[in-house]
Each structure stands twice: as structure tokens, then as C-alpha cells.
Design a protein around this ligand. Structure first.
Ligand SMILES: *[C@@H]1O[C@H](CO)[C@@H](O)[C@H](O)[C@H]1NC(C)=O
Length: 336
């Protein structure tokens, strides 16, 4: 008791001196921090037990911070992102009076010594068993607010629509959920109104045009679990595809119909149209390889190529007929 009183006096004196000098106080001492740790995590029966929930319900706020888009794999329908979650909640057991402890605002502890929500990304295509975070640091504020920032390289499934490839845009979601705790025990909510893009590095292939957020509930055996949806809209930058996809496709389609201008005497009509047909087939194979193997959305470009391929086949048939007519003996000639 004596020493506690002594430190309170010391703390008060300290505050007085600082106010006197009109200087913001920021004096960290190891011994003060040590005392806070002792105060919060003492090992008595009444001490902190990380298995006990801080409140009921515990309101956990989360924010997603997007750092980079690693890939948007249209064929496999996977979105790969690098980012981190900011997770904030209150634990009334972890408070101290700032002035009594050298004005220390925050202390930092490893996540596994405090109660923290077990978060998972529900639409991850990797194992669900893994919770976010591991060996991360939790920042505890003197008023009992905990801030935890688990980083995450995520591979999430995303339903992509390639109908207008390469002029397509894709909307993908990251679904964050608390595992094991229904909403009335641990309630998940948004920390900010938007996904944080402050540190986002723009991608070379996809333009991030918009983001949005939405809460959702998952009902399982009459237990309601809360879930946060972080949504991102990406638009493809089509410059590259204009050169490598659109122009070749249109040119090959035009070449198909040039066949009719080729004079019969040149004798190369069939050779020419077959070459064009092969070029078309190669283009079609190329695009089919990059398209997803679903039948849900069909790319307009692939339809266009298929139709052109069909036309080329018709052109071949007509050309053969024309050549046949041309080479018929005199007496079989069609009447004028
Ligand atoms: C924590 O408590 C403070 C003060 O009571 C409140 O303003 C804040 O919203 C709480 N944070 C969460 C995540 O509920």
C-alpha cells in the first residue's frame, strides 16, 4: 500500500511538473510498464484469465486494409490479395490509470496471452482450420481497448463473369467470420465505413474502381453467426488485350471473307482459306485456355470466334463448289 501511494504521489508530481512546463508528457520507463503488466496479468485467482470472455456480447470491430492485389485468376476464379485486418474490442479487465503509471498510454503484449476473437475467412480456398493471426502483437490502451492487426495473404473464391472479356469487371468478396461464437456472445461489426486503401498499390492489370461493405448472418441450428463482407470491384485494363486479342480476332475474321476476291486461276483459294481457318482455331484455343471452364457465362469473344470459324467452314464448302463448277467439262455447264 505504501509503495502504491508513493507511486501515485510521484505520478501526480510528474503530471504537475509537466503541466507546469506546458510540455506534452511522454516519459516511458520500464519500471512503470512492468507495473502495468503486473497489474493486468497477475497470477492470482482473481487475475486475468484469457479463457473468460470480457463481456457479453463482446463487440468486435474489424476493418480490412488492402495492400495489393496479387492476382485475379479468371480461369480458376480465385482472388489473391495481401492485406491485414484491424480488429478492435474492449476488455474492461485490462485498464489502468494513466497518471499512476508514468502516463503510459499503451502496452503491447503477444496475442496468445489475452482473449482474442478467432477469426477465419470463410470463402478462403485454403484450409479453413487456420485462424487469422499467430504470433501477432496486441496493443492495449489504458481504457481497455485492444487493437490487433493480423496480416493475411488470402486466396478467396470469387464468381467471375467473363461475358465481356476483355472489357469485363469483377466483383469479389472477402468473408470474415468469427468461428464458434454466435452473435449474442461475440458480435462482429465494421470498424470503418470503407475498406482501407491508404497503402494500396495499384495493380497493372486490374483497376480497383469501388469498394463496399455489408454485414451478413449465417444461421446454423438456430444459432446466428455474424459475418462481414468486404467487397471490391475490379475493372480490367484492356489496353494489352486490344493489341493481343481484339485486333487479331477482327483481322482474322476479315481475312475469311477476302477468299471470295481471290481469282480462281491462282489455284490457291483452298490453301488460303485453310490457313485462315487454322489461325482461327489457334486463337480459339488460346482464349479457351484463359476462360473459366464453367458454362454459366459465355464470353462474347469466344462466341464471335466460333461463329467466324463456322463461317470459314461454309466459305470452304462454297469455294469447293465454285472450283468444281469452274472445272466442269464444257457440256455440263450450267445454262446462262
Ligand atoms: C470500447 O469502449 C469505448 C468507450 O466505452 C467505445 O467508445 C468503443 O466504441 C468501444 N469499442 C468497441 C469495439 O466496442
Amino acid at each position: 500500500m505504501i509503495s502504491r501511494g508513493f507511486y501515485t504521489i510521484r505520478g501526480t508530481l510528474f503530471v504537475l511538473i509537466c503541466t507546469g512546463l506546458l510540455k506534452p508528457s511522454a516519459s516511458y520507463t520500464v519500471s512503470d510498464a512492468n507495473k502495468i503488466h503486473k497489474l493486468l496479468f497477475n497470477q492470482t485467482d482473481e487475475g486475468y484469465n484469457k479463457l473468460v470472455l470480457p463481456d457479453k456480447p463482446v463487440n468486435v470491430s474489424a476493418e480490412y486494409n488492402l495492400l495489393a492485389l496479387n492476382s485475379l485468376n479468371v480461369k480458376e476464379q480465385i482472388l489473391e490479395t495481401t492485406g491485414w485486418f484491424t480488429v478492435v474490442w474492449n476488455d474492461s479487465r485490462l485498464t489502468w490509470t494513466k497518471s499512476s503509471y508514468g502516463d503510459i498510454d499503451y502496452i503491447y503484449v503477444p496475442e496468445d496471452i489475452v482473449w482474442h476473437p478467432k477469426l477465419i475467412v470463410q470463402n478462403s480456398i485454403l484450409e479453413l482450420r487456420k485462424n487469422l493471426g499467430a504470433d501477432q502483437t496486441v496493443r492495449i490502451q489504458h481504457n481497455g481497448e485492444l487493437r490487433w492487426e493480423p496480416p493475411a495473404v488470402l486466396s478467396t473464391s470469387c464468381d467471375m463473369d467473363v461475358t465481356y472479356f476483355p472489357y469485363d469487371s469483377q466483383t469479389c468478396e472477402i468473408e470474415l467470420a468469427i468461428w464458434g461464437f454466435p452473435t449474442d456472445v461475440v458480435n462482429l461489426e465494421f470498424f470503418k465505413t470503407h475498406i482501407n486503401l491508404e497503402d494500396y498499390r495499384p495493380d497493372e492489370e486490374w483497376n480497383l474502381v469501388a469498394t463496399s461493405q455489408e454485414t451478413s448472418n449465417l444461421t446454423e441450428d438456430e444459432l446466428v453467426f455474424s459475418e462481414l463482407l468486404f467487397r471490391m470491384d475490379f475493372e480490367r485494363l484492356y489496353g494489352h488485350y486490344l493489341m493481343s486479342v481484339i485486333f487479331p480476332t477482327i483481322l482474322t475474321a476479315i481475312l475469311t471473307f477476302v477468299t471470295f476476291f481471290l481469282p480462281l486461276e491462282s489455284g490457291d483459294k483452298i490453301g488460303y482459306i485453310l490457313t485462315v481457318l487454322l489461325a482461327l482455331a489457334v486463337l480459339l484455343t488460346l482464349f479457351s485456355d484463359t476462360m473459366p471452364t464453367t458454362s454459366k457465362h459465355t464470353s462474347v469473344l469466344v462466341v464471335f470466334l466460333t461463329v467466324t470459324l463456322g463461317m470459314a467452314c461454309l466459305v470452304i464448302i462454297f469455294t469447293i463448289l465454285i472450283i468444281r463448277l469452274f472445272h466442269q467439262p464444257e457440256h455440263d455447264k450450267a445454262p446462262k
